[in-house]
Design a protein. Structure first.
Length: 276
């Protein structure tokens, strides 16, 4: 109906006005006298003109309303499109900026550790629960990756270790998995300990740091680094920081809760340490 009025509104107005004029003239002519018809025309002229003017004005108003309404709809749609494009451009810009930072850090990592043989890979699937914490990467044995290889971020922070291996994929158990244990040094004093996964801490993305030496001095915010003991991991990889230090009444630090440096729920590129 709206489209019909838009296309034919003025035409309908003219027809209605013409019909009103013919009716007025016809009524006058039926009196049989020209003079009376002319007189009737004079009598009907003003109201017919008024009717014509009102009708045309009404249709012009409706037509103008419909035109303005469609114009507003088009403008709104255009603004929505522009807003969506601007938002996408902003997201793309942030993603590109983050990717540039990761690439720079990866180059810095390679330059700093020329003895590392690194294999970059993407995280394709996270599999975390109350019982385990692991993810799958997009490369495996065909890329020279082996069981037990350490996995790190572009910043050189330890993520976990390869615990399952296929030709084109590998499963990595993270630092907070209950089957993981990593020898560590803590703080400037180099206090030794062992970072271990624990069921009660996995939901908070944390690990436990027990087996501390007598007289250990540890502070919240200290760096926890791999010790290199056992040969499974190179020394000096950043593990995380102590976030909760447990000290019994005797004053001896029993253990501390460690927050990993790497994010354990974001699918970012990782690096497998094939040799070090």
């Amino acid at each position: 109906m709206k489209e019909y009025l838009k296309k034919n509104g003025i035409r309908i107005g003219i027809i209605v006005a013409a019909v009103a004029l013919i009716i007025g003239l016809g009524s006058a002519a039926r009196n049989g006298k020209i003079s009376l018809g002319q007189n009737a025309f004079g009598i009907f002229k003003a109201p017919v003109q008024k009717a014509m003017s009102s009708t045309v004005n009404w249709f012009n108003t409706i037509y103008g309303y419909l035109f303005d309404y469609d114009s507003l709809l088009a403008d709104n749609e255009s603004l929505r499109t522009q807003l969506a494009e601007a938002q996408q451009a902003a997201r793309d810009g942030i993603s590109a900026s983050e990717e540039n930072v990761r690439l720079r850090e990866a180059l810095n990592l390679r330059a700093k550790h020329t003895d590392y043989e690194l294999e970059s890979s993407k995280v394709v699937l996270w599999s975390s629960s109350n019982w385990s914490s692991s993810f799958t990467i997009s490369k495996g044995a065909s890329s020279g990756i082996e069981y037990g290889d350490p996995v790190i971020t572009e910043y050189g922070a330890l993520v976990g270790q390869v615990t399952e291996l296929g030709e084109t994929w590998a499963t990595v158990s993270t630092l907070i998995d209950v089957d993981m244990s990593v020898g560590a040094f803590v703080g400037d004093t180099g206090t030794s300990g062992m970072v271990m996964g624990e069921f009660a801490l996995m939901k908070n993305k944390q690990a436990k740091l027990p087996f501390l030496a007598d007289g250990a001095q540890i502070f919240v915010g200290d760096e926890v680094l791999t010790s290199g003991s056992g040969g499974a991991f190179p020394a000096g990889l950043l593990i995380g920081t102590p976030s909760n230090i447990q000290t019994p009444a005797g004053g001896q630090i029993e253990f501390c809760i460690t927050k990993p440096e790497c994010s354990l729920d974001t699918p970012v590129p990782v690096f497998v340490l094939k040799s070090f």
